[in-house]
Design a protein around this ligand. Structure first.
Ligand code: FAD
Length: 352
């Protein structure tokens, strides 16, 4: 997810980027066609509709989860349910005084949350990091509960087609939100595997997060020449997580997603990295995962394997190269960064 600022308010083109072919086009079409009056109070890509800020949960000094409910109680539809099942998607949130909007990625409903008649929770939850001097993120952080917030969407950022059975997700900061969407989408796909490498600046954003993997790097350097080439072997981890099991909200929800994935014969695992603890995602972590994945597949896999990269611009650029603008739209651009120097046979890379 390139954290590109400033979307001036204009009619949405509703871009749909697809990693492969699937039936999501149908769901997207239902959203993209102009809503009639009865639908105009539901989330749609053409008009901003009012939501009420039900609650604000601070998860660290810089980030909070905002829970929003559609004023008419109709935020979800069958089409939205389809989108939840197979895509990474965002909504635009309007700052009314400045008439600007920014994109945010709804968190999946917490495991076990009450569901509406379409099988999805009725509320939308946004994990928003307060950017210093940021117009929209500061605006929402200042709003009291019960305020009105206007949303437009959904915008499908990328699709996770049905043949995708393995995902390696490199997430920086709030890039964990799309990672959780993918974990939610893979839920129920028998045999699907997902591994998340999640980097944060500070532990406060991932309190209580413990690595599933036995080994992680403890090097104070972000990369060395061996790791640049994917040659460095990770060394046994020091236990960087706090000893008592106080867990932050996002960590708890990742744990719940893990349990849910085990119940469906899948594997979801998470490794945590914290800049302040001198623990950084290194090429060796990626190389190791690719190696383990190959070992698990006794025969060459028929299923598709995808590496997704999401986070601040610098994070995406470092791992996969810059995204580019083509004809007024953001496009993938060539694969660059560290991943371009690694042996990725069998894996597709997608920058969010
Ligand atoms: C598809 C997508 C999904 C996203 N999902 C999420 C999400 O789930 N959670 C999340 O927190 N974010 C998400 N983002 C990022 C989000 O859209 C915003 O970019 C982010 O919240 C910052 O917006 P802002 O209006 O607060 O900051 P802006 O006003 O855009 O400012 C951004 C930064 O630039 C600086 N700046 C602004 N103007 C200037 C200037 N003239 N000179 C120098 N510096 C300047 C500001 O101080 C600030 O640090 C997503 C982005 C995309 C594209």
């Amino acid at each position: 997810m390139a954290w590109l600022p400033s979307i001036l308010i204009r009619p949405q083109s509703g871009a749909l980027i697809v990693l492969g072919t699937s039936a999501l086009g149908g769901a997207a079409y239902r959203f993209l066609s102009t809503p009639d009056d009865s639908e105009s109070s539901s989330l749609n890509p053409h008009t901003f509709v009012p939501y009420t800020l039900i609650s604000k949960q601070q998860i660290s000094p810089t980030s909070s989860i905002f829970t929003l409910r559609n004023r008419e109680g109709s935020s979800n539809s069958q089409a939205l349910k389809d989108i939840w099942k197979q895509s990474v998607w965002s909504v635009q949130l309007k700052q009314p005084q400045l008439q600007i909007a920014r994109a945010y990625t709804p968190l999946p409903p917490p495991v076990g949350a009450p569901e509406d008649e379409h099988g999805e929770a009725q509320e939308l939850r946004l994990l928003v990091r307060k950017e210093e001097g940021g117009e929209v993120s500061t605006y929402i952080h200042k709003l009291p509960e019960q305020s009105t917030i206007e949303l437009r969407g959904p915008n499908v950022e990328c699709e996770v087609p049905h043949n995708v059975r393995e995902v390696l997700f490199l997430a920086g900061g709030t890039g964990i939100a799309p990672a959780m969407q993918v974990a939610h989408a893979l839920n129920g796909r028998p045999g699907a595997r997902m591994h998340i490498l999640w980097a944060n600046r500070r532990r406060e954003d991932c309190v209580g997060g413990r690595n599933d993997s036995l080994q992680t790097p403890v090097s104070g350097r972000r990369w060395g020449w061996r790791s640049m080439l994917g040659l460095g072997e990770p060394v046994p981890a020091e236990n960087t997580a706090p000893p008592a099991e106080k867990q932050g909200i996002i960590v708890k929800e990742l744990e719940a997603l893990k349990h849910q994935s085990q119940a469906h014969n899948q594997g979801l695992s998470v490794e945590y990295f914290v800049d302040d603890e001198k623990s950084f995602i290194e090429p060796a972590n990626v190389a190791r995962h690719l190696k383990i994945s190959t070992q698990k597949d006794a025969t060459p896999p028929k299923r598709s394997k995808v590496i997704l990269v999401s986070g601040p611009d610098g994070f995406i650029e470092y791992w996969a190269g810059r995204k580019v603008w083509v004809a007024g739209r953001e496009a993938q651009g060539p694969l660059g960064g560290i991943l371009s120097q690694m042996d990725l046979r069998g894996w597709q890379v997608y920058k969010l």
